[in-house]
Design a protein around this ligand. Structure first.
Ligand SMILES: [Zn+2]
Length: 127
């Protein structure tokens, strides 16, 4: 029944997919790792945002928007974390109360932002 189970890290993070659905963002549900999506925050016609369904994390390369499922809701709804938790819980059917606020960014997989650019973590290569 719970096909979202494998997207959870210790059950702590609700799936980001249903929230993307809510905002009309197209994504590939079974895609492993990062995939391009249209940024849910800024208006665009070509995807410059990426989402990782396993980590429940998104990051936009054209605007400052990035974060987890709650960050996405906070950015979209201009609400605070508590309200975002409630909204996410309502969207995904997860209970909101079990996750302390600090837990959202403490997982081991949460510094993925520059991982994709193989090499060049510091120096910018001039071509
Ligand atoms: Zn963006």
């Amino acid at each position: 029944m719970r096909r979202d189970a494998l997207r959870h890290r210790d059950g702590a993070k609700p799936p980001i997919g249903p929230v993307l659905d809510l905002y009309g963002v197209h994504y590939v549900p079974n895609h492993a790792g990062w995939q391009p999506i249209l940024c849910p925050i800024h208006d665009e016609s070509r995807p410059s945002c990426t989402v990782n369904l396993d980590d429940c994390y998104f990051t936009c390369h054209a605007c400052p928007a990035h974060g987890d499922v709650w960050d996405l809701v906070m950015l979209k709804e201009s609400c605070d974390f508590r309200e975002a938790q409630q909204r996410v819980a309502a969207i995904t059917g997860e209970t909101a109360a079990t996750t302390p606020a600090g837990a959202a960014i403490s997982g081991p997989g949460y510094l993925p932002r520059y991982r994709r650019s193989g090499g060049g973590t510091h120096a910018r290569t001039v071509r």
